[in-house]
Design a protein around this ligand. Structure first.
Ligand SMILES: Nc1nc2c(c(=O)[nH]1)N[C@H]1C(S)=C(S)[C@@H](COP(=O)(O)O)O[C@H]1N2
Ligand SMILES: [Mo]
Length: 211
């Protein structure tokens, strides 16, 4: 069963199955070291100040934050663990798994995102871009990850069905509220936190990967 997470997944799966599979992505890359991803060393804009290279299995937590840092499966295993049973559909069909890991929100807030406290609900302008193996990337709104807003909790999983992920592969995102597996980013290597303000206001785009 589920601890610290409520899961309206079954009903959502039924609805989404009616909508069909919207996949237009190439096959999932497996076994590619995180450090080989083009994203691993590139800034958010792809141009200025490339970020330092990552070792396989390292996940960079950076962006518009005061305390960028890296996590690994080993460091995640040392944090309070949550277990969650989920269902989602993928190209392989209906999936049902139990994942164990750490709340993504806990990992992100340790980096101290620079949300604008002078704006009402400044954190609701926040976004998180998760990059995995093969430069696969998916975006979350901060409110989807914040227990103060969201009903279910996104995990940085360290194991699937009791089997630990390979240290060199790194963790996997687990998104209980999603009925499709697209945001279950595997071989995670980067978490970028920032706000949409610069892009929306036309004052520089959503940059700040290394700042
Ligand atoms: N790194 C990475 N993660 C990924 C993908 C990918 O291509 N690369 N594909 C996603 C998609 S589209 C789906 S449906 C699920 C598939 O998860 P499964 O292997 O558990 O079925 O992984 C997701 N995570
Ligand atoms: Mo997918």
């Amino acid at each position: 069963m589920v601890r610290r997470a409520s899961l309206p997944v079954v009903a959502a799966v039924a609805v989404l199955m009616l909508a069909g599979c919207g996949d237009n992505t190439p096959a999932k890359a497996t076994g590619s070291p995180a450090a080989s991803s083009p994203a691993a060393g590139a800034g958010a804009s792809g141009a200025a100040s490339p970020l330092p290279a990552l070792k396989p299995g390292e996940v960079r937590v950076a962006g518009q934050v005061d305390k960028p840092y890296t996590v690994t499966l080993a460091s995640l295993r040392g944090l309070p663990q949550v277990s969650v049973e989920v269902e989602y559909t993928s190209a392989k069909g209906q999936q049902k798994h139990t994942y164990q890991g750490v709340l993504l929100h806990d990992v992100l807030k340790d980096a101290q995102p620079r949300f604008d406290a002078s704006k009402k609900n400044g954190q609701l302008r926040g976004v998180v871009a998760a990059t995995g193996g093969g430069d696969y990337r998916a975006v979350f709104a901060w409110a989807e990850l914040d227990p103060g807003f969201a009903k279910s909790q996104v995990l940085l999983a360290v194991s699937e069905d009791g089997k630990p992920f390979d240290d060199a592969a790194g963790p996997r995102l687990v998104v209980p509220q999603d009925s499709k597996g697209g945001r279950y980013v595997s071989e995670l290597n980067q978490l970028w936190v920032g706000t949409v303000d610069a892009a929306v206001d036309g004052t520089g785009g959503a940059s700040g990967a290394g700042s």
